[in-house]
Design a protein around this ligand. Sequence first.
Ligand code: SAM
Length: 283
Amino acid sequence: MQEELVGEATRKVGTGDENIAEVGNWARDKLSLLREYITISSPARKRWIRPTSEATYIDLFCGPGKSQCRDTGELLDGSPVVAWNASVLSGVPFSRVFLADASAQHVHSAADRLRTLPAAPVASFVGPGESTVNDIYRELIPWELHFALLDPFNLEDLPFSVIERLAKLKHIDLMIHLSTGDMQRNYATYTDAENATLDRFAPGWRKAVDFNAQPFAQRLAIVRHWFSLLNDVGLPHAPAMHAARNSKNSRMYWLIFASRADIARKFWTAAQRYLREPTLTLF
Ligand SMILES: C[S@@+](CC[C@H](N)C(=O)[O-])C[C@H]1O[C@@H](n2cnc3c(N)ncnc32)[C@H](O)[C@@H]1O
């Protein structure tokens, strides 16, 4: 990771329709990567879809299930719809889908959209990720296969306790939106002694940072510390990371993948490569 992200964050709904989120064009890459990963990992998922076992999809920041690119007006399916459809099209649908969002409107809209699709088995929860993760965890069979998308607007919404809870699952694969753009924009605020954002996001971060270093090096140290926390809970990240860029080619955030399973990290690398060269596997 050579440079940090700058620019805007995804803005909330601005389309006039509360059930459609307004997004930047970079959201397309996120959704494509999600689709590719779910497609490429279908052979592994297939081994879990039996009468006595299951493979679930968990979307803790699910959004309303539909978005619109603010520059082009293009309508995009939201992450829960993309994930479900990719699983169906790959021939290995998720056994159950868990949706959650702090916005009741978003959760209900996303769940309604999924329920119009054939056989989508949806359970939905309203609240901040740090509490809905516990509600969902109680519903899960801990030794089965689970995939979670963590796609918050900012670092504040992703306390490490969320990842710690999910890491208690034996087979959990995580796709995480790491908002280094938020860290860059708000670094002065976040490092204020009174501010708890980074304490929640990356507990112990102060010990990892040399406060005499350049701000960029300080932020990098925090991200590296967060990676080490992922390692500590047994979920190393895949070396391949996707940088989401805005129209000025500035990095907005990174998409990170973490898993105990070597094969899952390999699937991610393949999905990421496909995103860069989408004709690679066409025949
Ligand atoms: C980037 S959007 C998610 C977009 C969605 N994953 C997609 O690709 O279609 C972030 C979502 O997080 C929700 N949100 C904001 N703060 C939250 C929190 N603390 N816990 C859970 N959801 C939150 C917002 O309502 C919004 O729907």
